[in-house]
Design a protein around this ligand. Structure first.
Ligand code: BGC
Length: 714
């Protein structure tokens, strides 16, 4: 790939972002022109001043040492007789660096050399070809982007001269073996939001409120004198006093400093991004008004495939918050959060949310690419780092690393494609073998270090790990992964006798060790969800009792939360599930909604009822994990589940709730639109409407109906 191109860089790689230029003339009539391009960094290319493509933060984020995506653009229409190809380079995720990353990754970072690689293939009308590859004939100038970093933001000086830096030089590292064609979704700009208000805070700050927490950038169009500055800061929330609050960004400076040129101009940085709802104006040219500003949302280009529609306004807002949480954190990699000096591909977060994610948007391609990265980071002994692409190698944790089994299986369930199972099957087995080879007790996973039921409420305020036992969680997920391998093997026609036997051993050992000792909501939830108890009815009754004893409040963290409503419904406690879902006081899903949240918070108590903030070291207001509840809205409240993988046939079993009034889901299955709505009439009857694109079984009010494709009313 890219045989006629060489990796080039600027001989002067300071903070100022370089721009590479090549001029060329077309000697004869052109038939087509294809530009293949990538970078060790983030790039934006123009041809004759016109932007090539609209992929922001290209080439995306992968494990760059092993996999680097190449983008290909048809640029025929952009060419003239005399042409200038220009490539702006910034650090991008290639230069992502947090002071708290583990030393081994700091070394990777230090050795990274920013460079670009491109190849323009011209095919002429007479059938001849000419290839222009990046080499030392490209020239380099300083750009007006004086500084650009994912965490720290941008400084742009529109008055700065474009100082020539001579010819490009060859990068030391000329390796092209890691190049792959674009595999994931591209990233684009989406909604454009105007400020809904201007706030003067008690401290006297001027703050624009965009009304929505989001990931994106800020566009400004203004008239200024050369040299005037526009400096702004970003925040997700205002503090209890109503002042601008940025402490939870930790070391991410998230700066935005623009030195204006003379006259009318627009500035919109797209080689970095911000997680924000509020923008503080720290300095601005005279005459600037809120209308000069537009927040521009950025996320992977995903097609929305599902929606929940309800007359319960707080529940509807919760669902909107789930969508915004997903959009904000599906930026080429499924990240934990988009604002602090983290924004990493945490595997645990990705796996707990993937089912909801796959209802909301078509995520098949997005995850195929990320799972390939995960596989490329899998260690020789089968271990999987907690963050993909790897940046930190803290813990090889249960439920985080199990993303390797859970994510492909979910993709198969939603989309029905076996390719993803074939791609990942070997990695799944290597992961489970890792546990088998390292556990200190056969049949359990003991001796490991784990994140546990992260942020469960059995921990004191400000601490992340509660009372759910690590060994119980680890063994439950060990069983689940072994079981999934058995199921994947059956789909693929592979011999998985060994893993099926392993699953039985783990299950029996789990029961011998933990049955009758469950101490937290999550412990019972996991035993039920993964079928690890011979007495599910009893455990479910205990769980219901425990929830009542806890004041009808949820206590679970990242691991128990996605399953708790499902297991309650499965064992006949749907009313209790609705009680938890519709609770508005802390702790609950709707509590943040009552506090004006527009995204899902990292913590149940990110802001406490008495207005304390969770310690600033870890308090994101845009973390999707608890948004996993949306999958229960689709599958149980509206009642749409795949009866066969990929929704080749469907089961409809809606669960109406009088306190909600009406609720429905629409989901574009691979076979067409599935729809399930229910509503209460004035006399307390329930009307059901179901549309199925394939044959289906509907369970309505305890009665079973076999349906052929079509629309029905009950
Ligand atoms: C992240 C989480 C992640 C966790 C690991 C945090 O810093 O934000 O979402 O899963 O670390 O326990």
């Amino acid at each position: 790939m890219m045989l006629d191109a060489k990796w080039i860089k600027s001989k002067d790689m300071g903070d100022v972002c370089p721009r590479f230029t090549k001029t060329f003339t077309l000697e004869k009539p052109l038939q087509s022109a294809i530009l293949a391009i990538t970078a060790r960094g983030a790039y934006e290319a123009t041809l004759n001043g016109q932007r090539v493509g609209d992929f922001v933060l290209a080439p995306g984020w992968t494990n760059y040492e092993k996999r680097l995506q190449v983008q290909t653009y048809d640029v025929t229409e952009l060419l003239e007789e005399n042409n200038t190809l220009s490539i702006q380079l910034a650090k991008g995720w290639y230069g992502l660096y947090g002071s708290w990353f583990t030393p081994s990754y700091q070394r990777v970072f230090e050795n990274r050399e920013q460079a670009v690689l491109c190849e323009l293939t011209l095919t002429f009308a007479d059938g001849t070809r000419q290839v222009i590859g990046s080499d030392e004939s490209f020239t380099v100038t300083q750009s007006q982007i004086r500084f650009c970093d994912i965490y720290d933001g941008v400084i742009c000086d529109a008055t700065a001269p474009r100082t020539p830096l001579g010819q490009a030089v060859l990068a030391q590292n000329q390796d092209k073996s890691m190049l792959i064609p674009q595999q994931g979704e591209t990233i684009g700009t989406h909604e454009r939001l105007k400020p809904i208000g201007v706030i003067t805070t008690p401290k006297g700050e001027t703050v624009l409120d965009f009304g929505q927490n989001m990931t994106g950038t800020l566009s400004v169009t203004l008239t200024a004198k050369a040299g005037e500055e526009l400096n702004v800061s970003f925040a997700e929330i205002l503090d209890a006093d109503g002042n601008f609050y940025t402490a939870n960004y930790r070391d991410a400076k998230a700066q935005y400093q623009y030195i204006c040129k003379e006259g009318q101009q627009t500035f919109m940085p797209t080689l970095t991004f911000y997680g924000f709802r509020y923008v503080r104006i720290d300095a601005a040219p005279e005459g600037i008004t809120p209308d000069c500003f537009t927040a521009v949302v950025m996320h992977s280009n995903l097609r929305q495939t599902g929606r929940i529609i309800t007359t319960h306004s707080k529940l509807q807002q919760l669902f909107q918050n789930v969508l915004w949480g997903q959009k904000s954190n599906y930026l080429d990699v499924p990240t934990d959060c988009p604002q602090r000096d983290e924004r990493l591909g945490w595997t645990g977060d990705a796996q707990v949310f993937i089912k909801a994610a796959a209802y909301n948007y078509d995520v098949y391609r997005f995850f195929t690419k990320w799972l390939a990265d995960l596989q490329s980071e899998q260690m020789e002994n089968g271990a999987i780092p907690p963050v993909i692409p790897a940046m930190v190698d803290c813990l090889i944790s249960a439920a985080w690393a199990d993303a390797v089994t859970i994510c492909p299986w979910q993709l198969y369930q939603t989309y029905g494609k076996t390719e993803i199972l074939t791609q990942t099957f070997d990695s799944m087995k290597r992961w489970v073998d890792y546990i088998t080879n390292t556990t200190t007790t056969k049949g359990l996973w003991t001796g490991g270090g784990h994140y546990g039921d992260w942020l469960e409420l059995t921990a004191p305020f400000g601490e992340c790990k509660g009372q759910t036992r690590d060994d119980l969680i680890a063994t439950a997920f060990y069983a689940h992964s072994a079981e999934l391998i058995g199921m994947v093997g059956d789909v693929l026609g592979q011999d998985v006798t060994e893993y099926k036997a392993l699953y039985e051993t783990i299950k029996q050992t789990f029961i011998q060790t933990f049955e009758g000792t469950y101490a937290t909501q999550t412990e019972m939830v996991l035993a039920l969800q993964f079928n690890l108890t011979p007495n599910p009815e009893e455990v479910a009754a205990d769980l219901a009792q425990r929830i009542h004893d806890d004041g009808d409040k949820i206590q679970t963290g990242f691991l128990g939360t996605p399953y708790i409503l499902h297991v309650l419904t499965r064992y006949g406690y749907t009313d209790l599930a609705y009680t938890l879902l519709l609770r508005k006081e802390y702790p609950s899903w709707l509590y943040p909604v009552t506090r004006g949240a527009t995204t899902i918070w990292e913590h149940w108590d990110g802001i406490t009822p008495d207005n304390r903030l969770w310690p600033e070291g870890m308090n994101s207001f845009n973390h999707y994990a608890y948004g996993a509840v949306a999958d229960w809205l689709y599958e149980v409240a509206a009642g749409i589940t795949p009866k066969q993988a990929g929704f080749a046939s469907i089961r409809f079993e809606p669960h109406p709730c009088p306190a909600i009034g009406s609720l429905g889901a629409e989901f574009e299955t691979p076979h067409g639109l599935a729809r399930s709505f229910w509503r209460y009439t004035a006399d307390g009857q329930v009307v059901y409407e179901i549309t199925t694109p394939v044959s289906a079984t509907a369970v309505i009010n305890g009665k079973t109906y076999e349906l052929t494709p079509g629309s029905y009313r009950f």
